[in-house]
Design a protein around this ligand. Structure first.
Ligand SMILES: C[S@@+](CC[C@H](N)C(=O)[O-])C[C@H]1O[C@@H](n2cnc3c(N)ncnc32)[C@H](O)[C@@H]1O
Length: 408
């Protein structure tokens, strides 16, 4: 099956209405899911790293009988996924008209503030975003207000002083900052709401979307609870791969905290979500001998400091894999990328397959596609040597077949 989807244009569906890093290709996930989801039975499915909810939204559109569970540590991911699955109210047109009226009026509003806001936004941009924020806050319908926030998140990024070429917070050069046209913000926002609303009509009755650390979250489920696990886990610690938390931080500072699922620590600083994510902090628990053997070929030639980080990520990743195997009774479908550290490819796909094979899972299928890169160059320079960055993505499908299983 060809899953390259070279022609896929995100703008043609719900996934193109909001920017989130390293998302899955929706039609590829749908094609794969169609092969494994039982549309007649109430399949229980989980995505433990749902991000912007690509796989969960796609499965919801395959069958209304699917029971959906998911988890992500990032509150912005939860807001997006929940809104995609919930959709808007039936009165969304009226809600948008009311919002436009408020924006066209001389409404009183507070100028929003958070630490360092002046670094990331020009004063006139802060004023306009504050007005839109206040207008959104006045929307009484919870579904419509959340839809307004999701679309607002694009403005928070587009009109900020941070570059669009990277997911990290990185100041634009001053001439680019001077060129930001704040007069266009409201117009841009209203247009995006009008264009985006048609996609948010799902109203899906899912089971549970958690905002939590997956390793903790998965622990509570009984063995074999889920029929299918589908996910794309991070492929390295967020700090040195994709900083989902840093990317989301400005958005999280702008959105009313009452509309976010927060544990309390998420707004402490710009990168705290990345530090709490998979491999983000060093753990006391070491790799076992068996685990070490699996990763040794990749870490034996990299710098000592970086080895610590890779091992720390692998510690979390192995724990995730064991939980994934334990709680799933049927198919495990993982979309994986392989990163490079010190010019050495860390073959996460091979590592994952090794674990699945050791644990006795049955190999069902493998697909690969080239990643169309926009924010990371295909070739990056390390110590003045050009090496290829992560350019391929793999989807592996394994099955837990009771008689083959070793103790997990
Ligand atoms: C590759 S992205 C998933 C993207 C998603 N498939 C999509 O299409 O949008 C990986 C996700 O894992 C989340 N994550 C990282 N560490 C986590 C952890 N310990 N617990 C839960 N989620 C975590 C990140 O916040 C990020 O959203």
């Amino acid at each position: 099956m060809d899953i390259s989807y070279q022609e896929y244009n995100k703008k043609s569906d719900i996934h193109g209405t909001v920017l989130y890093p390293a998302t899955m290709i929706a039609p590829a996930q749908k094609d794969i899911l169609l092969q494994y989801v039982d549309t007649q039975m109430g399949t229980k499915i989980i995505d433990p790293f749902y991000g912007s909810g690509t796989s969960l939204y796609e499965v919801a559109n395959i069958s209304r009988k699917v029971q959906i569970y998911g988890c992500d540590i990032n509150p912005f991911a939860k807001l997006i996924t929940q809104t995609k699955l919930d959709g808007t109210s039936k009165n969304i047109n009226n809600s948008i008209n009311q919002l436009i009226k408020r924006l066209n009026s001389d409404m009183n509003f507070e100028i929003h503030h958070f630490e360092n806001i002046e670094k990331w936004y020009r004063q006139d941009v802060i004023k306009t975003l504050s007005k839109i924020r206040a207008a959104i806050n006045l929307e009484k319908d919870n579904l419509d207000r959340k839809f307004f926030w999701v679309i607002f998140s694009n403005l928070v990024r587009k009109f900020s002083n941070t570059r669009s070429s990277t997911y990290k917070l990185h100041m634009k050069p001053s001439d680019k900052i001077d060129n930001i046209n704040s007069e266009k913000i409201e117009e841009h926002y209203i247009k995006s709401l009008q264009e985006g609303k048609k996609f948010y009509c799902n109203n899906y009755n899912y089971k549970e979307l958690a905002k939590n650390d997956s390793i903790q979250y998965l622990d509570v489920f009984n063995d074999d609870f889920f029929d299918i696990l589908i996910t794309s886990p991070p492929y390295g610690d967020n700090h040195t791969t994709v900083p989902y938390g840093q990317f989301s931080s400005l958005v999280l500072f702008w959105i009313n905290a009452d509309d976010l699922d927060l544990e309390g620590w998420e707004l402490e600083n710009y990168s705290i979500i990345d530090s709490k994510s998979l491999g983000g902090h060093l753990r006391n628990k070491a790799l076992t001998e068996e685990e070490y053997k699996i990763v040794e070929p990749y870490i034996s030639n990299i710098n000592e400091d970086k080895v610590k980080k890779v091992k720390s990520f692998m510690r979390d990743y192995f724990d995730f894999l064991y939980q994934a195997i334990r709680i799933t009774s049927g198919h495990l479908i993982l979309t994986l990328g392989n990163r490079t550290v010190d010019k050495i490819l860390i073959d996460l796909t091979r590592i994952t397959k090794d674990v699945f094979n050791i644990k006795g899972l049955e190999f069902i299928n493998e697909y690969s596609r080239e990643i169309q890169r926009k924010r990371t160059p295909r070739v990056i320079k390390v110590d003045n040597t050009e090496i290829s960055s992560m350019n391929n993505e793999y989807v592996i499908v394994y099955k837990k077949t009771k008689d083959r299983l070793k103790v997990y």
